[in-house]
Design a binder for this molecule. Sequence first.
Ligand SMILES: [Cu+2]
Length: 128
Amino acid sequence: MRLPALLPVAAVFVIVAAGCGGSNDNATPAAPATPAAPSGSAAAGGAAGAVNIHNFAFTPATITVAPGSAVTWTFQDSIQHTVVADDNSFSSKAEGNGQTFAHTFPAAGSVPYHCSIHPFMKGTVTVK
Ligand SMILES: [Cu+2]
């Protein structure tokens, strides 16, 4: 006469165990690959440029924008990078996945830049 009494206990045990396993699975999804449209920071007078930072590279490595335009870099690596002008006219903080950095280029010229953490990462903004 003991078996019927044990069955409800076993059922409750299974439900509790399932709830525990489910709440513990907290995998971090990959960052969305779609670049967000630059919001607000783009100055009037030129088309904005966008550069992705992914796999230890600036893509495109060379970008051309009109004077007064902003360039927005989107950090897409889980490893942190920076965007630093070779002449130090601008520099970002070290940023990781999903962050952005924007800089407006008022005057014509060519501005090489790099990642200060990984100096082999190089890019150039050409303003003309
Ligand atoms: Cu870097």
